[in-house]
Design a protein around this ligand. Structure first.
Ligand SMILES: [Zn+2]
Ligand SMILES: [Zn+2]
Length: 402
């Protein structure tokens, strides 16, 4: 577990703002269809994904990321969008000449984003090769008014990338999903070298995408990029997928951006439905019909320090974080005086007052067992530790994951 001493100062005054105190203003999600983990970041030599491996050093990966439902595209991609395994329905799609097309039962991340943040479709783009893309939901609270702008052009991953590059330059959407289909198709061909070449191409595209993001003033240093898969491939035969084997289930989740722990390899198991809530957490919207939860452990727990005098601020260390119950809270007081230590939930409600006392300068250590004032165990989620001393007001985020 990594803990980090306080290295820098940042001023944020209102507790209510802290839920959205991320540097991230934009999110780009890339889905590489059917990339088996053993040829992706699960290959220690990173022979076919050198660029993603390099990015993983600056970002975070989930070591045990899984498709926990259906290991085929028509169900797994909607689970990524919806943050849940959702039913797929069919309708006669006027955008596709009235042909039957899929839509999701549950609302999608696009709909949550556009509705809650009042964003136009042009700010929420889905790039995919030329086909009739599956649609988001007709959910009564969401639906077509909040669907993304489907940009469906080209026939290869390279084409989709070039279209995406244009969209970044010309429209600069705050939320962008790029879907790359070729790895899965090459896998189904049964030609091993074609499959590997498709992975190398996708890896290069992800590397170029990150370079493009970092070279564009609208995106630079305020964009989180997530790269995942819908499913892997059989561990006994790369040309297929769709069952419960580890090759089909074990996939990758790479995250990189200003709020992501650099170099983290998280050992907390995660699943496909956790992607959409994580995007919501970063961009400031909720995914209320999702079954997944935000991957708070990938997000740097530092929230804010407000110095209240010119004297040195207190130092705070919280560990373990995340944990499955409570945590230890150690702090170093530079000067003697009044100290106030409380826990809040992300709605800004105080859930526990741990300490209000006058303490001597020096090290102090407290533990919190994850319960509220009445001794009730608090649910999984993110909590804020608030430490007020004579010289500073500190907020630190911690996650309880059962
Ligand atoms: Zn397939
Ligand atoms: Zn399989």
């Amino acid at each position: 577990m990594r803990v980090r001493p306080i290295l820098y100062l940042l001023i944020v005054t209102l507790l209510f703002q802290l839920t959205h105190a991320y540097e991230t203003e934009r999110v780009v999600l890339v889905i590489v269809d059917g990339l088996r983990y053993s040829e992706g970041l699960g290959d220690e030599a990173h022979d076919y994904v050198p660029r993603m491996a390099e990015m993983a050093d600056q970002g975070a990966i989930v070591g045990d990321f899984r498709n926990d439902g259906y290991t085929y595209t028509s169900r797994a991609i909607p689970a990524i969008w919806c943050g849940a395994w959702t039913d797929i329905n069919s309708f006669s799609d006027p955008d596709c000449g009235g042909s039957p097309n899929n839509y999701t039962e549950l609302p999608t991340v696009f709909e949550y984003y556009r509705r809650q943040l009042s964003r136009p479709a042009i700010d929420c783009v889905y790039t995919i090769k030329a086909l009739c893309p599956w649609k988001a939901s007709f959910h009564p609270e969401f639906g077509p008014d909040y669907w993304p702008l489907y940009h469906s052009v080209g026939s290869t991953d390279q084409d989709v990338w070039h279209e995406t590059e244009q969209i970044i330059a010309s429209q600069s959407p705050h939320f962008l999903l790029m879907y790359l289909a070729d790895v899965d198709h090459a896998g189904h061909s049964g030609i091993w070298n074609d499959y590997l070449q498709a992975i190398v191409t996708a890896d290069n595209i992800v590397g170029e995408l990150w370079e493009t993001i970092q070279a564009n003033p609208d995106y630079q240093d305020k964009t989180t990029l997530l790269v995942t898969n819908d499913h892997g491939r059989h561990d006994y035969n790369f040309s297929g997928h769709g069952d419960n084997c580890d090759g089909c289930r074990h996939i990758q989740l790479l995250a990189i951006g200003p709020d992501i722990y650099p170099g983290l390899v998280s050992d907390i198991p995660r699943v496909i439905p956790d992607v959409a809530p994580t995007i919501g957490e970063l961009l400031g919207f909720t995914t209320e019909y999702a079954s997944g939860t935000a991957m708070m452990e990938l997000i740097d727990e530092f929230v804010a320090i407000e110095p209240t005098s010119t004297r040195p601020v207190a130092e705070l260390i919280v560990f373990p974080n995340p944990s499955n119950q409570g945590t230890n809270i150690d702090f170093m007081l530079p000067v003697s005086g009044d100290v106030d230590l409380r826990i809040y939930d992300l709605m800004g409600r105080e859930v526990r007052n741990l300490l209000s006392a006058s303490l001597e300068a020096g090290p102090n250590s407290f533990s919190w067992n994850g319960t509220d004032e009445d001794g009730r165990t608090l649910p999984s989620g993110t909590y804020l530790i608030r430490l007020e001393t004579e010289t500073s007001l500190l907020f630190w985020k911690m996650a309880i994951i059962k």
